[in-house]
Design a protein around this ligand. Structure first.
Ligand code: PMP
Length: 431
């Protein structure tokens, strides 16, 4: 089997995510046969560094031996059982461990099976908790330029026009408050003032404020100062508005700390996790919340008070086994410390981009680095040009519009990091 054959078979039936399928008349689909560490290998034997961790899910490399072994064991013991009325050890252990390392006060955990569904859970729980307390709060608040997933509820609290505008007439009610313009404290304070004004006017109607802490990933890797999170959390408390931290993309060490909220000393009312949770092995998500919110649903059976939300694969044991393996690796390998050195190297390697005339800004938070270009119209589709150029040099990147970014698996080596950045530099230089 070769690339060409695989691509033909694929295009006969598969409708790809986030894709204008007509692009594939000229742009090849890349059929991956196997992967190891940071490397993807196609059916013609070409190898590519996965510089974006396959949509930010992979932490410890593809086909990681330790995670693979735990997954095999679990598959031959218990592959799945429903989680309503039943339980299993991988879920129990995972819940104990996540509650132990999460920001203070998050002692209850609800399982979902992908990031968007975790966001749906948090939104519904927030609305429902207020309702159980006798309050009608039918509006959600989020940041401008935010992204929380593609299902209707998650899309409603997002603010990336490209994904949202078509569906506007069928979305649920939400309002947006300005995200801090940049990484400065001054911008954080200014944005917090705008938030205060919105909460003063509409706080009574708002159930929850949902944020992507520190980095708005799908919104072009836009970064802001942790101060904003602490100011925002305080304001939300004052107005009886839940604070939802969507750490689906930034959790598990991406920003330099295990959870991004830690950098602001903030404990949210809801914490949504997915992606890196299983090291990129299985779809799984969790929503952590407080005893207080859990308590507002806890009573003698009354239909409208219980949280009657479920997904068939809720708490899937294979996913939980991978997540437990991921936590084992964090515990045994001093990952965050090693990432600090890798992040510093990435920052060094990116410096030459600053001298290029078509670069507007280089920014970085931990293991997320972005190069924002200037002077291009969306119709020029520089992202596709950079993608193709890098791929030809053995590096897989997927720029967001005119923002090229790197979010490699944590196991990336120094030479691989140099190759990754060099390929991208040449691609940007030759635009
Ligand atoms: N929230 C954030 C911050 C995300 O980055 C994403 C996915 N990119 C989601 C939610 C949705 O997760 P999923 O794609 O698993 O539905």
């Amino acid at each position: 089997m070769d690339n060409e054959t695989m691509m033909r078979r694929d295009l006969a039936h598969i409708w790809h995510p986030c894709t204008q399928m007509k692009d594939h008349e000229t742009l090849p689909v890349v059929p991956i046969r196997s992967a190891k560490g940071v490397w993807l290998e196609d059916f013609d034997g070409n190898r590519y560094i996965d510089a974006i961790s396959s949509w930010w899910v992979n932490l410890f490399g593809h086909a990681n031996e330790y995670i693979t072994a735990r997954l095999h064991e679990q598959a031959s013991t218990l592959e799945h059982v429903l989680l309503a009325g039943f339980t299993h050890e991988p879920a129990v252990r995972l819940a104990e461990r996540l509650c132990a390392i999460a920001p203070e006060g998050l002692q209850k955990l609800f399982f979902a099976d992908n990031g968007s569904s975790a966001v749906e859970v948090a939104l519904k729980m927030s609305y429902h908790a207020h309702r159980n307390n006798g309050e009608r709060k039918e509006l959600f608040l989020s940041l401008t330029n935010s992204y929380h997933g593609e299902t209707i509820g998650a899309l409603s609290v997002g603010d990336v026009e490209l994904y949202k505008s078509t569906y506007e007439p069928i979305l649920i009610r939400s309002v947006q408050t300005p995200v801090p313009e940049d990484m400065s404290e001054a911008s954080a304070r200014k944005a917090a003032e705008a938030l205060e004004e919105i909460l003063r006017r509409q706080g009574e109607r708002i159930a929850a404020f949902i944020v992507e802490p520190l980095v708005q990933c799908a919104g072009g890797m836009h970064m802001y100062h942790p101060l904003y999170l602490s100011l925002a959390k305080e304001l939300c408390e004052r107005h009886n508005v839940h604070f939802i931290a969507d750490e689906i993309a930034v959790g598990f060490g991406r920003t330099g700390t295990m959870f991004a909220c830690e950098q602001a000393g903030v404990a949210p009312d809801f914490l949504c996790l997915s992606k890196g949770l299983t090291g990129g092995f299985m779809p799984l998500a969790v929503v952590l919340t407080t005893d207080g919110i859990y308590g507002s649903f806890y009573c003698d059976y009354l239909e409208y008070k219980a949280f009657l939300h479920s997904h068939s694969y809720t708490g899937n044991p294979l996913g939980c086994a991978c997540a437990n393996a991921v936590l084992d690796l964090f515990e045994s390998k001093d990952v965050l410390e090693k990432n600090r050195a890798k992040a510093a190297l990435m920052g060094e390697l990116l410096k030459p981009f600053e001298a290029l005339p078509n670069v507007r800004e280089v920014r970085q938070t931990g293991m997320i680095a972005a190069v924002e270009l200037r002077g291009y119209e969306p119709s020029e589709r520089v992202n596709l040009k950079i993608f193709s150029s890098c791929l030809a040099q053995g590096v897989f990147v997927r720029p967001l519009g005119n923002v090229l970014y790197f979010m490699p698996p944590y196991v990336i080596g120094e030479d691989e990091m140099r190759q990754m950045v060099q390929a991208a530099f040449e691609a940007v230089q030759s635009l």
